[in-house]
Design a protein around this ligand. Structure first.
Ligand code: CUV
Length: 635
């Protein structure tokens, strides 16, 4: 682990404050875990049955296999794909919740939600083969939601809908040939857990293919989550706001929206607009909402809500002493928030039946009474504000301008002003002319095995210097927001000459009030589906299979099981994927070779691990150039 904690100046101030009050943050806890157990760290600790844990001890007679005889490659493969199962379950369950809500709206059962984007509804309906001609909006919405819910329970031979509808034919061919095209989400996840049960599959390659099938369910779940969230709440358009802890306001009732699912956070945004006066009656200047993690990215994209911080620094928002309530839904929420809140007046409010923290408030969120649920939460925050201790307030004066809201639709709308018939041509032209080297997606979390946000920042600025067009999601996008890469200044400071030329054309055409940012924020983790749509569109336009398109992905600070799932479907769909922490596949040479080398022959996509951000960026540039070289030969 690195000695330097973070490159975020606001976080640095707050970490010093934590030290002062004697609170041990996640940064201290990360240090306390060192040194890591080598068995666990490299993936050769098997905890799948109660005879275990078994560790691989190559030199000890009888110790080079688990008690059942499982070799290192079986153990590593099983452990890895079980991460994918966890991630895929989380993303797709989030999607299911949204789909259920759309269904209930279409059935007239929910008064607080509407079908907001009918254009998107019709586009999604057409994409998945739902009849739209002359039909009522609610009837179409019902069919689309039902089709989404059908993804979960299907046990037939039929192919899963969203993967099939979104992917290019050449990609589908590979998925079919390798027998990883899923049918139903629940089926694939259950089968994977079955496949990796003690005494079951020992074949690492077969296990990995089972894992990739589950990863495609992750993609499917997130693609439908993105589509249906847009239908429900609108598809984001470019918006200007700010990021970092300075977005928390001393004179206002501050509420952090933290987690992933926009069903609740959107309602809090709506309720806050109606309740400004109540906050003023309590002596505050109004209500100020800020986002943390991906629910923050959702309400940033659609509502322009400012970003407070990202995953690793979530505790620090409470340390400002000005956070009145933190309302959380699901995923990436540290249980430690509650302990820290005890030192302050902050209320931690959990809202979902599968996510509770002992000692925190639980206000069960009910979609049938959504707006009222949101109002209750805001009232709790206003009450808490009255107990705020002004002497404890210490908000770092750090904030950066953020230009975000780049759903694929809003990005294409800008490109359309240059090429109305084939908007994506704008990128294809820039690549083919050698002006830019290609496109990179930055995704994923924070991981305190390294310095917080450093890999994100260094890699993005390195790629920009090398004329790479960058899109981002998740905590990566939030790192860029905090470090000033989501605005026009970022272009001036870091873009290479070719990229600058493209930006000059785009800015001239865009007609926005703000200059375009160096990195295009595409939304939350489930919105990695937007980035894949971009890759698919580019492939089609350039007349190439996905595996030949100069498009790469990177998770410089991957942490969660969800990140493993996202990385894995990226590989299956043909994208090279960099990961900035060493993956727990290195305990088996065989498995590591399969995912870093053999995968390229089969899928075109592959993983590579590189903890040094400059080296990693260099390698990504090489990969983009290699793919470009292939394009040039073809012409
Ligand atoms: Ni879903 S999964 S730490 S919030 S990106 Fe952030 Fe994004 Fe990883 Fe979690």
């Amino acid at each position: 682990m690195s000695e330097k904690r973070t490159i975020d100046v606001a976080a640095t101030q707050m970490l010093d404050k934590a030290k002062e009050i004697g609170f041990l943050t996640t940064f201290d806890r990360a240090k306390a875990q060192e040194p890591r157990c080598t068995f666990g760290n490299t993936g050769i600790c098997c905890r799948i049955c109660l005879q275990g844990p078994c560790r691989i001890l190559p030199k000890k007679p009888g110790g080079n296999k688990g008690i059942c005889g499982a070799a290192d490659y079986t153990i590593v493969a099983r452990n890895t794909v079980r991460y994918i199962a966890g991630g895929s379950a989380a993303h797709s369950d989030h999607g299911r919740h949204i789909a259920e809500t759309v269904l209930h709206v279409a059935e007239g059962k929910l008064k607080d939600y509407q079908i907001t984007d009918t254009t998107k509804l019709m586009a999604v309906a057409k994409k998945i083969g739902v009849e739209t001609e002359g039909r009522d909006v609610m009837a179409v919405a019902k069919d689309v939601a039902t089709a989404a819910l059908d993804e979960f329970g299907r046990v037939t031979e039929d192919e899963i809908t969203w993967v099939k509808a979104n992917s290019n034919e050449s990609t589908l061919e590979v998925l079919r040939k390798t027998n990883i095209m899923p049918s139903g989400i629940n089926l694939s996840l259950a089968q994977l857990l079955h496949q990796t049960h003690a005494g079951n599959d020992a074949d690492p390659v077969n296990i990995i293919f089972g894992g990739l099938k589950a990863a495609l369910c992750d993609y499917d779940g997130m693609a439908l989550a993105t589509d249906l969230s847009d239908i429900l709440f609108g598809t984001g358009v470019p918006v200007v706001t700010e990021a970092n802890l300075g977005a928390i306001k001393a004179d206002k009732v501050n509420i952090a929206l933290h987690g992933h699912n926009p069903l609740l956070s959107q309602m809090v945004v709506k309720a806050a607009k109606e309740m400004q006066e109540e906050a003023k009656a309590a002596g505050a200047a109004g209500i100020n909402l800020v986002g943390i993690c991906c629910t923050g990215n959702e309400v940033l994209t659609r509502e322009g809500v400012a970003i407070a911080t990202n995953f690793a620094t979530q505790e620090l928002a409470i340390l400002t002493g000005a956070m009145d309530a933190m309302v959380v839904d699901v995923q990436c929420i540290m249980p430690s928030l509650r302990t820290l809140a005890e030192c302050y007046h902050t209320k931690i409010v959990t809202t979902m039946p599968i996510m509770k923290i002992p000692g925190s408030y639980h206000m069960a969120f009910d979609e049938h009474n959504a707006l009222n649920s949101a109002k209750e939460i805001i009232r709790l925050a206003i009450d808490a504000y009255k107990n705020r201790d002004a002497a404890k307030v210490c908000i770092p004066d750090v904030r950066n301008t953020v230009v975000a809201g780049f759903t694929l639709e809003s990005l294409l709308n800008i490109f359309k002003k240059i090429n109305a018939d084939a908007p994506i041509r704008v990128l294809a032209d820039a690549i083919e002319a050698g002006e830019i080297k290609g496109v990179a997606l930055f995704a994923g979390c924070n991981n305190l095995k390294g310095t917080h946000d450093e890999n994100h920042f260094t890699m993005a600025t390195e790629l920009a210097k090398n004329d790479v067009f960058i899109v981002a999601t998740g905590c990566a996008a939030q790192a860029f927001a905090k470090e000033g890469l989501l605005n026009g200044e970022g272009v001036k400071k870091y873009a290479g000459e070719g990229l600058k030329k493209l930006f000059a054309r785009l800015n001239a055409a865009a007609g926005l009030t703000a200059e375009l940012p160096l990195v295009f924020h595409m939304g939350s983790c489930v919105d990695n589906s937007r980035a894949q749509d971009l890759a698919n569109l580019l492939a089609k336009e350039m007349g190439l299979p996905n595996r030949d398109v100069p498009y790469v992905a990177s998770a410089p600070e991957a942490m969660s099981e969800k990140a493993v799932a996202i990385g894995s479907w990226n590989v299956a769909l043909g994208n090279p994927v960099h990961v900035g922490v060493v993956a727990p596949t290195v305990g088996s040479q065989l498995v590591n070779d399969v995912v870093t080398k053999v995968a390229e022959d089969v899928f075109g996509g592959f993983f590579f691990w590189e903890t040094d951000p400059v080296k990693a960026a260099g390698r990504l540039v090489e990969i983009l150039e290699e793919r470009n070289w292939k394009n040039a030969m073809r012409k």
